[in-house]
Write a protein that binds this ligand. Sequence first.
Ligand SMILES: Nc1ncnc2c1ncn2[C@@H]1O[C@H](COP(=O)(O)OP(=O)(O)OP(=O)(O)O)[C@@H](O)[C@H]1O
Length: 120
Amino acid sequence: MPTSFIKGRLKGCVYAFKGGILLLKTEASIQVQFGIAILITIAGFYFQISPTEWMIQTLCIGMVMSIEGLNTAVEEIADFVHPDFHNKIGKIKDIAAGAVGIAALIAVIVAGIIYVPKVF
Ligand SMILES: Nc1ncnc2c1ncn2[C@@H]1O[C@H](COP(=O)(O)OP(=O)(O)OP(=O)(O)O)[C@@H](O)[C@H]1O
């Protein structure tokens, strides 16, 4: 395998890490979701959830935060290409926000299925 290929992939990892840190440092919604992820992880240890429940919970955390990151990227592109008010930009941003909403709703349902029987 050529070293340039490996170097390119490693660079890609560095950029991805930089992007993740940037999101956590600058995006309030990601910060809130990160806080919820920590709390729900503590809950997982407290209620001693099963390996399957851990996998699904971790997937949900990753799904919500990844889609939020993509939503932020869409907002950034929209503001860059058209900083002024435009109905189409509004629609694009609403659709991206809707994707986060769907992921968050699914995560709440999963959390309910895991924790409601353990709490009540
Ligand atoms: N340039 C625009 N033209 C038309 N509508 C817009 C525009 N910018 C924002 N909006 C409307 O306002 C809503 C919120 O947009 P905004 O960019 O502030 O996202 P946000 O969800 O508040 O961002 P964040 O995720 O950073 O909190 C959009 O979903 C859209 O309906």
